[in-house]
Design a protein around this ligand. Structure first.
Ligand code: PLP
Length: 425
């Protein structure tokens, strides 16, 4: 279906047909949801062995009684595992509670309030603080910025990651830019893997940025592959070492989408200077993280081999769900001028771009027919997609049957909105 080439009669015929389909969907009173980027119950069940795995033995291999207070850095073996996931040394890791988002929030809070390089470096002393936000991106990153009144500047995403020419130009010309959000592997929602050249340039930003700049490198999907031979993510720490910019990058990760999304283990990697600043303030907020949970995780997925095996089982559950979404998109839009989409090798999302100006209309049509989609604009700072075209599809949670039904509604909604727009043009 090519709406641009169609004459008015053809468009009207399509409109009648698609409207009839839409009315049928509405009358079947569906109640489907493609918004939730969270694991399905079956995925969570893969980690049910965590319950009772310690069998009353709470002492770690290093002799730590995990029931007690302390251990702000995390158990040594957990730091080692996190170090392997993020590609750093274990003494550059701090293990937190269950949420990496909390570690990101605290990092911004401490950088804002106290400074990560001494009191003079606190961002609150600045008249304006800005962050670069590759778009489309993760709404919760943007929410953190909004909370602190940090101004967000959109930067386009390419297939290789953020447009680094734009990033470098902005940073060179504006000393109030203090950070950039990055999801380097299976980015949320575009699903791309940053290229080595992009990662090297990110590592180099510390040499061109004004003081107190940090790359927030959120590697949430580091081991979340859907394919057997995934592309390797280049190691940002090695590039930082080459450029002498170790202090400019904060890395984050967690087992939220490995074990239990609400009861996993989160961690961050940073230079010793950054970590000691973090610990100084975090140590006021807590006497230590949940080490019992760390030990439970070590017993189940304590080595990279065990972790990879576990993730392969997730992939088995996720693959048919992604395949179902992609099948519908291929069948409906391969030969069309109605949309473009990502076909990721991992992560949790498929990103779909409608023709400009239609995301909101599509989401409304789908909602009328009982299919909930992530609100238009959610993938952009301040909830504003300047082209009103990006829609984030999250297939992990619903069953394949529900995805199948929801995607039929979605594809019809995209076609109908496109035809309507063309008729009004
Ligand atoms: N970072 C990204 C890019 C995510 O997509 C998500 C969850 O969807 C998170 C972080 C949340 O991580 P956590 O559960 O460790 O707080």
């Amino acid at each position: 279906m090519y709406v641009e080439q169609a004459d008015r009669q053809q468009l009207q015929r399509w409109q009648e047909e698609l409207s009839a389909n839409h009315r049928n969907f509405v009358s079947s009173k569906l109640n489907l949801d493609l918004t939730r980027g969270k694991p399905s119950a079956n995925q969570l069940s893969l980690a049910d062995a965590l319950d009772g795995i310690l069998q009353g033995n709470y002492v770690s291999d290093e002799g730590v009684d995990t029931r007690n207070y302390g251990g702000l850095d995390g158990l040594p073996a957990m730091r080692q595992l996190a170090a392997e996931i993020l590609g750093v040394n274990s003494d550059e890791i701090m293990v937190g509670g269950n949420s990496s988002l909390t570690l990101m929030y605290f990092s911004v809070l401490f950088a804002w309030q106290f400074g990560l390089s001494g009191p003079d470096s606190a961002w609150r002393h600045e008249e304006t603080v800005k962050f670069l936000c590759p778009v489309p991106g993760y709404d919760r990153h943007f929410a953190i910025c909004e909370e602190f009144g940090i101004e967000m500047v959109n930067v386009p995403m390419n297939d290789n990651g953020p447009d680094m020419d734009a990033v470098e130009a902005l940073i060179r010309n504006d000393s109030s830019i203090k950070g950039i959000w990055c999801v380097p592997k299976y980015s949320n929602p575009a699903g791309c893997i940053y290229s080595a050249a992009t990662i090297e340039r990110l590592a180099g930003l510390g040499t061109i940025a004004a003081t107190n700049f940090r790359v927030f490198y959120d590697n949430a999907y580091a081991v979340h592959d859907l394919v057997d031979k995934p592309a390797e993510l280049a190691n940002i720490r090695e590039f930082c070492e080459r450029h002498g910019t170790e202090d400019s990058v904060l890395q984050f990760g967690s087992t939220s989408k490995v074990t239990f999304a609400g009861a996993g283990v989160a961690f961050m990697a940073a230079s010793k200077t950054n970590l000691s600043a973090m610990k100084k303030h975090l140590g006021i907020a807590t006497i230590g993280p949940d080490k019992v949970n760390q030990l439970r995780h070590l017993k189940m997925i304590g080595t990279m081999a065990e972790l990879r095996n576990h993730m392969a089982r997730h992939a088995e559950l996720l693959r048919p769900r992604f395949a179902c979404v992609l099948k519908h998109l291929e069948e409906n839009f391969r030969d069309s001028d109605l949309g473009e989409w990502s076909s990721p090798d991992g992560g949790y999302f498929i990103s779909f771009d409608t023709r400009p100006g239609l995301a909101n209309a599509v989401i409304q049509l789908a909602a009328e027919a009982g299919v909930k989609l992530t609100p238009a604009g959610a993938t952009f700072p301040y909830g504003k997609d300047p082209d009103d075209k990006n829609i984030r599809l999250a297939p992990s949670f619903p069953t394949v049957e529900d995805i199948d039904r929801a995607m039929a509604v979605f594809c019809n909604a995209v076609k109908l909105a496109s035809v309507n727009q063309q008729l009004e043009a």
